[in-house]
Design a protein around this ligand. Structure first.
Ligand SMILES: Nc1ncnc2c1ncn2[C@@H]1O[C@H](COP(=O)(O)OP(=O)(O)OP(=O)(O)O)[C@@H](O)[C@H]1O
Length: 372
């Protein structure tokens, strides 16, 4: 018997490109697959088709060999026949039912151990102390946990989550994220989750599926997708801060010297033989030092191949990080922690040295017809 969920289907809506999903993931163990991409790319539609809330025009969904959808054979199981738990943005809690009753709502009365099951779920989601409260007496994080507990209490075989943390404020989201992964892991079932939040995708996913315009552009581990995007489109979708076009001037000992706007960078050579490349540099890989001489003793400085002198052009706080824009002959962005930024006392116009390891610069080959 297969232990995979295999989906390959197309869903059409008038006026938008067809939404085509091609997925395969283990169905008997815990793992979070994140559908990631810009608004309107089709993430929620894929989730709703998996849930059985939308009916694709063509294709198949097999869960451990059981057909949930097979348009050629006229099969399309109803949501309740698929044995899934879902938690969608619009699913509100029942306002007149307390936490215990909300959680227990999904448990059929034929389940003899009903009370026990609900008690265990309240325990697992740290809700035991608020079991008698009504939803409006709960914090946002508690409400979110009740919704999750309700989705999981019937022991579904698959959990579908649509933007599970989006209704929460940034602080609470930061605190709940690691807990969410821990709690979900305890259930040992696969999770397919939609988000357009990069931090959420990076911190929760085992596998990322990047979508755009109804199509899957790339899928892989967090590291593969966020560090080595397949092409410029994926690099843009995953929010890589610096994407420039460059020309490889030299290849030696596995290191490529790439020229970008007259500035030479050293990067690990691409596998393909090419001259033109997109040069991708993530903000967290750009280390900063005050002043232009770069003579400090920081660890980044010792092992980094690229040392660029420049000037700070903008300093923008972003939650626990600060986004520092630089002009180093090429435009760069560095993401530094708030304490690090305070220590460096960076202000617009300040001279800085930026350090980047060769291994942190990802080169995406371009067709050589674009050589000048
Ligand atoms: N019931 C529907 N009828 C017509 N068009 C729809 C319907 N549902 C979705 N669409 C369209 O299909 C496209 C994909 O929508 P979907 O909600 O799947 O995107 P999404 O990636 O989840 O977006 P968001 O992140 O904004 O929620 C959009 O262009 C949307 O307008």
């Amino acid at each position: 018997m297969s232990d995979l969920l295999v989906a390959d289907f197309q869903k059409r809506f008038q006026g938008v490109p067809p939404i085509h999903a091609e997925l395969s993931l283990p169905c008997n163990s815990f793992g979070i697959t994140v559908l990631f991409g810009p608004s309107g790319c089709g993430k929620s539609t894929v989730l709703r088709c998996l849930a059985g809330l939308e009916r694709p025009e063509s294709g198949r969904i097999l869960f451990a060999d059981q057909p949930w959808l097979d348009t050629q054979r006229g099969i399309c199981l109803r949501p309740q026949q698929r044995d899934i738990g879902f938690c969608f943005q619009q699913d509100a809690l029942f306002p007149h039912l307390n936490v215990r009753k909300n959680v227990g709502f999904g448990v059929t009365s034929s389940m003899p151990e009903r009370r026990e099951v609900v008690d265990r779920a309240l325990e697992q989601f740290a809700l035991a102390d608020v079991g008698d409260r009504l939803p409006h007496q709960l914090s946002g994080g508690q409400q979110q946990r009740v919704a999750l507990a309700r989705a999981l209490v019937r022991r579904p075989r698959l959990l579908l989550l649509d933007e599970p943390l989006s209704a929460l404020d940034a602080n609470l989201r930061d605190r709940l994220r690691p807990a969410l992964r821990r709690m979900l892991a305890g259930f040992g079932i696969p999770v397919v989750m939609v988000t357009h939040d990069r931090v959420e995708a990076m911190s929760l996913a085992d596998e990322i599926v990047v979508m755009r315009g109804g199509r899957i552009e790339q899928r892989g581990s967090v590291d593969e997708v966020f560090t080595r995007p397949r092409d410029r489109t994926v690099a843009q979708i995953v929010g890589i801060e610096t994407i420039e076009t460059g020309v490889i001037r030299e290849l030696a000992n596995g290191i490529a010297t790439v020229e970008v706007h007259g500035v030479c960078l050293q990067a690990v050579s691409p596998r393909e033989s090419t001259r033109m490349v997109h040069v991708c540099i993530k903000g967290e890989d750009v280390t900063l030092q005050r002043g232009r001489d770069g003579s400090g003793e920081s660890a980044g400085a010792v092992s980094s191949r690229n040392r660029l002198s420049g000037t700070v052009t903008a300093v923008t706080p972003e939650g626990p990080l600060v986004r520092v824009a630089l002009d180093c002959g090429i435009r760069l962005t560095s993401l530094v922690t708030r304490p690090a930024c305070e220590e460096l006392a960076l202000q617009v116009g300040d001279p800085v040295t930026a350090w980047i390891k060769a291994s942190a610069i990802h080169l995406i080959p371009l067709p050589d017809s674009s050589v000048d």
